[in-house]
Write a protein that binds this ligand. Structure first.
Ligand SMILES: Cc1cc2nc3c(=O)[nH]c(=O)nc-3n(C[C@H](O)[C@H](O)[C@H](O)COP(=O)(O)OP(=O)(O)OC[C@H]3O[C@@H](n4cnc5c(N)ncnc54)[C@H](O)[C@@H]3O)c2cc1C
Length: 359
């Protein structure tokens, strides 16, 4: 490990060690603490890869991986900035014009604004190109109409990324456009969908003739599908796809309850984790080279979801012998495990991408 990477990891560890929070599984979705995100930014640990003139630090995706791995290992409350920093900022940097970048990137890098993802709809999840939300031009920009579902964190975010159909074409992958919507705009209704764990995390977002200014189109009108393919690599290829359960794994391994069989099972999981981390490094390097490693990201996401499920199965027999802290992590992991094979693209769809070698 290079010195710069080790130094980044130490800085994250120091921040987490001094912050008042309870480590949690799946904290990148459920651990919402805007003050923590702002402190991360203040310490130069957010938007690590972005250009300095847009509020970033001009680092590499390998640098960012060092930061995100440490945050996830610590089960830190990172949900407030995760989506905006992971994929909206990078999308704007890759596809957005200078005006749009200047409007959003610096405030995203300071964790002053936050994004939710408006991709899925009632009839469009795996088949994302079939979205029915429409975008039509009017004299001042665009009008959006449609219904998004499973929109994580839309009740706390300031803005929504929206994939919408801007024209009808023979090929459904054509005629899609990416937009930014202010969630406080007239015509936006955010309705909670409470999960089986009793938590309010998901939402339905109704867009009823919502006005969007022309400058809030991301990239090229009608080219949304090509652009989104890049974004999905950022969404799927990161360590959150295999480190969401790490706080549980670490707590069990340190609990002293494992017998010899337990230690052998733990060693097998540790070996798989080493491979997953290696893949994440390869994906980060490919992104640094300007590639969109769609297949590698799908492979990592698929194997990561299997790993996370197996961490929960491994923990199950030992949890009754552990203290309440471990039991609380286990409860979080049990509720989170089914999500990992669906969010960001269902597991069979990842297999299909891997088999075809493209999206
Ligand atoms: C925790 C969580 C958070 C989420 N957050 C967001 C969010 O913030 N924003 C957002 O837009 N969406 C979000 N989603 C939605 C998620 O992206 C979709 O649920 C996912 O893409 C699957 O779509 P669907 O639910 O419509 O299932 P469907 O597309 O109806 O698929 C149902 C099942 O059919 C099978 N299947 C479907 N198509 C194929 C195929 N081509 N090949 C093989 N099998 C197939 C799969 O087994 C799949 O699980 C979230 C989901 C979860 C679980």
């Amino acid at each position: 490990m290079k010195t710069a990477e080790r130094e980044l990891r130490t800085r994250v560890q120091e921040l987490c060690a001094g912050w008042d929070y309870t480590p949690a599984c799946d904290s990148w979705m459920s651990g919402y603490d805007p003050a923590f995100s702002k402190e991360l930014s203040r310490r130069g640990l957010l938007a690590v890869t972005w250009p300095e003139e847009l509020g970033g630090h001009g680092g590499t995706n390998l640098d960012r991986l060092a930061v995100t791995e440490e945050l996830l290992r610590a089960g830190a409350p990172v949900a407030a900035h995760w989506i905006g920093e992971r994929q909206i900022g990078p999308s704007l940097i890759r596809h957005g014009g200078p005006e749009l970048q200047r409007e959003f990137c610096p405030s995203l890098a300071r964790a002053e604004c936050s994004f939710a993802l408006g991709m899925s709809e009632p009839e469009s999840g795996s088949d994302l190109a079939s979205v029915r939300t429409t975008a039509r031009r009017d004299s001042s920009g665009w009008r959006l109409n449609g219904r998004k579902v499973w929109t994580s964190g839309a009740h706390v975010a300031t803005h929504l990324y929206v994939l919408a159909r801007s024209s009808k074409e023979d090929d459904k992958h054509d005629g899609l456009t990416e937009f930014i919507v202010d969630l406080s705009s007239p015509g936006v209704t955010v309705t909670p969908i409470v999960g089986m764990d009793g938590e309010h995390h998901f939402n339905e977002v109704l867009l009823d003739d919502v006005a969007v200014p022309e400058r809030w189109v991301i990239g090229t009108v009608g080219d949304g599908w090509r652009q989104i393919v890049n974004q999905l690599s950022f969404e799927r290829g990161g360590p959150e796809r295999f480190l969401s359960m790490y706080p549980l794994l670490a707590a069990i391994s340190e609990s002293g309850v494992l017998d010899e069989h337990g230690r052998i099972a733990l060693a097998a999981l540790a070996a798989r984790l080493a491979v997953l981390r290696r893949w994440a490094r390869d994906t980060a390097r490919a992104m640094d080279a300007g590639d969109s490693p769609v297949v590698a990201a799908a492979s990592s996401k698929y194997a990561g979801h299997r790993f996370e499920r197996d961490v929960v199965a491994f923990a199950r027999p030992w949890v009754p012998h552990c203290d309440e802290n471990v039991r609380a992590l286990y409860r979080q992991a049990v509720f989170a495990a089914p999500k990992s094979g669906i969010r960001g693209g269902a597991a069979p769809v990842m297999l299909s991408i891997i088999a075809k070698g493209s999206r």
